[in-house]
Design a protein around this ligand. Structure first.
Ligand code: TRP
Length: 334
């Protein structure tokens, strides 16, 4: 709870480009949460350097991500969209929580195992303690809920364990965060392998629609989408490719699955794919236009970055002071 409102925290990596899956599955629904929750959307640049980054590229991407969140409809005054590196409390609380986390727990993290096998030349300690910093992100804002995908569930679990451990020693310091279960968005699958989630880190660019793709690219990718050979637009588990396209079309147009089956009862896949592509292009168009406008308005984006860093820092400092006192650090003379 923060100022009488439940708080919600989410962090996102500025690596890769946001996809239609990120938008329809998450972002689009987040816009509706701002009245009910104090929302924090943090560009987690401290996490990003656990794998080597090109500095100029990282800076550019982080800003583009932040801008894209605003372009996608998140009000940057109601929602605190900010950079993790601008709020030193993340790193400070991260250190303290490192001392309340067991190596045995970290050894079980599947993401560490995956990432260290992918980056075997750079298995650094930051990669290992990544989940602890993530716990700090969440606990710093006394977050009640955290919208996480299935790949981050284990990290949220460890955040809860760390919080409970700390609270059992020092009393009620941290809110124990829950996964956000609310109106969940559509689960969008890869266009090339509809059994797999659409992912911004997919190496095949035809598997994902990026939020910045132009209409021609979007339509071309949908035309190439993997389907089946029965040529009927019907929602069925044994037709994962078509099912995915129907989910996308439904999310893009607001039409129900029954309406879609009726609309395309006498069409083939070619026409259907074109309709899906066009509907997605028209959903993304205003976001792209807004992104271009915002990107040109450097002063405005800068002012948002500054104000939100201050706002996040205010709440972070409150929690951090409490924690520092609990663990026995001397009070700072001001
Ligand atoms: N690890 C998350 C991811 O890669 C990003 C993240 C960092 C995060 N801190 C967080 C997500 C706190 C939710 C809450 O997707």
């Amino acid at each position: 709870m923060l100022d009488g409102k439940k708080s919600l925290f989410s962090g996102m990596q500025a690596t890769g480009t946001l996809t239609l899956g990120n938008y329809l599955g998450a972002l689009k629904n987040w816009v509706t949460l701002e009245e009910e929750y104090q929302c924090f959307y943090c560009v987690v640049d401290l996490h990003s350097i656990t794998v080597r980054q090109d500095p100029a590229e990282l800076r550019k991407r982080a800003r583009a991500l932040l801008t894209l969140y605003i372009a996608a409809g998140l009000d940057p005054v109601k929602n605190c969209i900010y950079y993790q590196s601008h709020v030193s409390g993340h790193a400070e609380l991260g250190w303290i929580l490192n001392c309340f986390t067991y190596m045995g727990e970290l050894n079980r993290m599947t993401q560490f195992k995956d990432k260290s096998s992918k980056h075997s030349d750079n298995i650094n300690a930051g990669l290992y303690t990544y989940p602890v910093l993530m716990a700090a992100d969440i606990l710093l804002f006394q977050s009640d809920v955290v919208p996480v995908g299935s790949d981050q569930k284990q990290h949220l679990e460890i955040a809860r364990d760390i919080a409970e451990r700390f609270n059992s020693v020092y009393g009620d310091v941290f809110t124990i965060p829950e996964p956000y279960i609310g109106k969940v968005g559509a689960r969008i699958m890869s266009l090339q392998d509809p059994e797999k989630k659409m992912s911004k880190s997919d190496e095949n660019p035809n598997a994902s629609i990026y939020l910045m793709d132009d209409p021609d690219t979007i339509i071309r990718k949908f035309k190439r989408a993997v389907t089946d050979s029965d040529n009927q637009i019907r929602y069925a588990d044994e037709k994962p490719g078509i099912k995915n396209l129907m989910d996308i079309y439904s999310a893009a147009t607001g039409k129900t699955i029954a309406e879609i089956e009726k609309e395309f009862a006498s069409s083939g896949y070619g026409d259907f794919k074109l309709a899906v592509g066009e509907s997605v292009a028209s959903v993304l168009k205003p976001i792209q236009t807004r992104f271009d406008e915002l990107s040109k308005d450097k002063a405005y984006i800068d002012s948002i970055i500054k104000a939100n860093a201050e706002k996040a820092d205010y709440y972070a400092t409150k929690t951090l002071r409490k924690v520092q006192k609990k663990v026995g650090f001397p009070e700072k003379i001001r």
